[in-house]
Design a protein. Sequence first.
Length: 698
Amino acid sequence: MQPATFESLVDSQTPDLWQIETRGPGPQGALPLTDELLRNAPSGDLFGLTQNAGMGWPVAEVLRPQYLILSTQGGIRGEDGRPIALGYHTGHYEVGLLMRAAAEEIDRLEGLPFAGYVSDPCDGRTQGTTGMMDSLPYRNDAAIVLRRLIRSLPVREGVVGVATCDKGLPAMMMALASMHDLPCVIVPGGVTLPPVSGEDTGKVQSIGARYAKGEISLEHAAEAGCRACGSAGGGCQFLGTAATSQVVAEALGMSLPHAALAPSGQPIWLDIAVRSARAVVTQRLTGLSMNKILTADSLHNAMVVHAACGGSTNLLLHIPAIAFAAGLERPQVEEWNRINLATPRLVDCLPNGPVGHPTVRFFLAGGVPELMLHLRALGLLRLNALTATGKPLGDVLEWWEKSERRECVRQVLRERDGVDPDDVVMPPALAKARGLTSTVCFPRGNIAPEGSVVKATSIDKSTLDANGVYHKIGRVRFFATEREAIRAVKGQSQPAVQAGDILILAGRGPLGCGMEETYQITSSLRYLPFGKEVTLITDARFSGVSTGACIGHVGPEALAGGPIGKLRDNDLIEVRIDTRNLTGSINFIGEGDATFIAEHGARILAGRTPHPKLAPDPELPADTRLWAALQQLGGGTWGGCVYDVDAIVNALANAPRMGTAPCSLSGEGSSSSNPAAGSSNPESGTDLLATTHGRSSC
């Protein structure tokens, strides 16, 4: 293809272009105005009616109740389904169909539908790239814009939020959760199908590492990469962050029963949008609003369901953020630990085993309501929590247990895939017999005095002892960038990562790079033969599809002075994770030939300087630096990486004015260790406007 000529850029030379109209007839008829409206309504409300008529809505209907449909739609989809322009991912490519179905139902119910869009990125597409530095901060930005769009339709009477994937759906939940007095319903965007033959979208992300290590051929990589998405729409086929977010939206009561994880593009998927539109209209008519649905009880239920399905650890960031938006107390580590100890994992879904069914089978096995039936029997749910239907959870589960819908979808799974639904969503006794363990553990130690996170249920069973304990003592391989680490994993730099290594990836928390996901590394370790014998410890986070002995969210992060950033190559580390009792520790216990107890290791680390390679990523965007500084005031990672406006305003009010003596707002007592609700303590010393080094003078 040749560059365009100057002439073709400035003028198309098409005579028809000059057939220009300078006036239009405008809509026919008259607005249904009244004396009261003209005298008392704001001018904006009146001009809005003019705009409604101008866009072509029947003039007689412009005073109908207004409902806003928001989505994360991306790409341009032709009427025949072919792309005119691609989206970032399959998860938002088809959601426009859901919006249309919802809008048509609102119109049928004599409402006036509006639509707005805030698209979202693909975390799979940005793995291992600088785009990942915008991933988690984007969630906050999108939630802000979504809230602004809601408020910018001043007389809206309800909101339908349509979203699918890792950042768009949590952002949508945060935005709707903050609409306390408004009827709101989430429509999950569903899932893409697995291919008839080939690899799922989790495994296929490791083709580069497997090819580099000689595990697969170029031809296999090309074919697997081509066909991993079995259909054009929906989130990935594994229970990663996108799918877990859909499950959590339903468990919170924000979605209709059995809405999460429907196969995108199919009639049962579209029907959810129709009924969700019906639900938001019903909420308005009955006086139901978000603050009656999102309560401490619904938050508890969501945490229980997260544990029971073996969900993504990223929801430890998103659920507190949703709670904060709803004005609820954010769960602390102790509550997460208590719930995970009490709740068995009952779902066999990718990336967890023992079989690893795709998410569409979770839906067909009965999805969230089926899982909740078992949790109800165990006495783990709060059945009085209201749902988007207006009925309490207990009534919803009574309906589900006897419903034709339940029988039909479970029969489809038996007939189409030859799978027993109880092998996907298991009764507790069967799950225990098959060795399923509870989901999340929070190891502490002299490397992570504020704690860390590991999905204990996904650690390879062959690496556990008879008591279900993962115990590893190994030497450190220290990396300050993901780029260096993946090269060593692939064997492209020496010494290569090998079995028995403790891979330390530091400086990748919020201050270093926006707290990137490291699935490029964890997927490689999962699918390389030696990978299960490598332990990864990092202040970054993980993709929801990550598995193995991967310990993330280490706090404090390295660039906030955390001891993980003071480790060196060949330091001796001990890792112990009890996958049954959900206890764990990660400790520095030796250097050179010397070994010592954890307390002595803590003293040595306290006296060390940070690793010389430790520095913020030179490509860290200013937008992400600002997010990293502000989220620390909102409770940091344990508080959901939120913006606590009161804390920020208080910190600014207490900061010296321009021209006064320099000061440092950083130091001990970072609010990242305080995930409680409400404003952070402005006296805590947290850096408000951190430089790329996490410190600033003001």
